[in-house]
Design a protein around this ligand. Structure first.
Ligand code: CA
Ligand code: CA
Length: 402
């Protein structure tokens, strides 16, 4: 593209987007304000999957769901320790708008190939309160509340689903880390008796997680399972590294933690959930988590024992679905639990670390042990770890001309 063409597109891009945002693509979602007191008295222990990290063996370079014996962060949890399994702002834009033809509009600015955009939402960045001064899982570094500003950005309306990931794999022959290592973690009740009978280990502190050979995004519960009837469910058993590869292929990137949390809160300051403080406004389920007694009895009153379609449940006011619940979502940020209270402009997080921040909780979360299906909540995994409740969605920056 010559310089004149580039200049023309640069000058007209905001108007293209404005057109999109001023027609049927605008979705004016009602914002549900719901106030309720929060009971902080219930205990929150281990088992959210932060202990499902692969173990790098320094002696032989192998990487597997091995036994590191490292002390975990919560109570008696042991990070990654396998045990014998006894049983086995811009004036051009509206605040948000859908850009269903994201790639078409932005194609001249993107280095990747044809559209894999799916539905994205333009989010007008601004200042917000990140974290909370009323932490529930203190050890996770949910506090202090700090004033943060994010730039304008795009966010996937949905978690990446199996159909999208299959398109990526078909196009690139990409092999996920779970496939290369030969195993991944699966929630025990979802595993068939036949597969379960061959497993001899479980995870210390979270014995409901089992390392299952040949489990992967194609075979979420092991070799005798498949995704044929789950193409619109979130892809799982993908590592942070896999997620980064997918987003790059799609011409996108992972969201920063600040972007993710801002998108989750969707203009509501200091609320627990994307829609307010009441978990079930009007007694209706708004997310896919666990009902019943964890881990023994999942009543699935929300309709789902495992993953739900990525467009299930109402969106938040930004038009984003399942920001909390369904599957955990990776961010680009390295994990740290201490934060400055200083104002930060578009923070990216620590410059290095060993684990990556994940947000939003999953279908396995219950208030009694993993009350992390809140916008301020956070947890972590190593970049190569994978499990049946770990997924992601992509973000994208507003294009600029170098
Ligand atoms: Ca559920
Ligand atoms: Ca989610």
């Amino acid at each position: 593209m010559d310089q004149l063409g580039t200049l023309f597109i640069l000058l007209t891009l905001p108007n293209y987007l404005k057109l999109l945002c001023n027609n049927d693509n605008i979705l004016n979602f009602p914002i549900v304000f719901a106030e309720a007191s929060v009971d902080n008295s219930e205990s929150v222990g281990c088992g959210c999957g932060s202990n499902l990290n692969r173990n790098k063996h320094s002696d032989n370079g192998e990487n597997s769901l091995g036994n590191s014996g490292t002390e975990g962060k919560y109570g008696s949890c042991k990070t990654n320790r396998l045990i014998p399994n006894e049983k086995v702002e811009s004036s051009f834009f509206s605040d948000v708008c859908f850009v269903s033809s994201f790639r078409t509009i932005l194609k001249p600015f993107l280095k990747q190939r044809q559209s894999r955009g799916e539905k994205m939402v333009f989010i007008k960045g601004k200042q917000f309160f990140m974290g909370t001064d009323e932490p529930i899982v203190t050890a996770d570094g949910e506090s202090p509340e700090r004033t943060v500003k994010v730039d304008n950005f795009f966010m996937d309306a949905y978690e990446v689903n199996n159909a999208q990931f299959k398109q990526f794999v078909d196009d690139t022959n990409y092999i996920t880390e779970a496939e290369r290592f030969g195993d991944s973690f699966v929630f025990e009740p979802l595993i068939s008796e036949k597969v379960k009978s061959s497993i001899t280990q479980a995870v210390a502190g979270a014995p409901w997680w089992l390392p299952v050979k040949a489990s992967s995004w194609r075979n979420p519960e092991g070799p005798d399972s498949n995704i044929e009837d789950r193409m619109n469910h979130p892809v799982v058993h993908v590592s942070w590294n896999d997620a980064v590869a997918f987003c790059a292929w799609a011409g996108k990137r992972l969201p920063t933690e600040a972007e993710w949390e801002f998108a989750c809160r969707s203009s509501l300051d200091r609320r627990l959930f994307p829609w307010g403080n009441k978990m079930m406004p009007n007694d209706k389920h708004r997310m896919n988590i666990w009902q019943g007694e964890f881990p023994l009895n999942n009543t699935a009153l929300d309709g789902f024992v495992s993953t739900a379609p990525v467009d299930q449940f109402p969106s938040n006011s930004f038009g984003l679905h399942n920001m909390v619940g369904n599957v955990w979502e990776r961010t680009s940020a390295w994990w740290a639990v201490r934060h400055t209270k200083k104002y930060l402009d578009n923070p990216k997080g620590p410059t290095s670390g060993t684990e990556k921040v994940k947000k939003g909780g999953s279908y396995l979360c219950h208030k009694s042990y993993c009350y992390r299906y809140r916008c301020a909540a956070r947890s972590q995994n190593t970049p190569d770890s994978s499990a049946g409740n770990l997924g992601f969605r992509c973000a994208a920056s507003i294009p600029t001309i170098d």
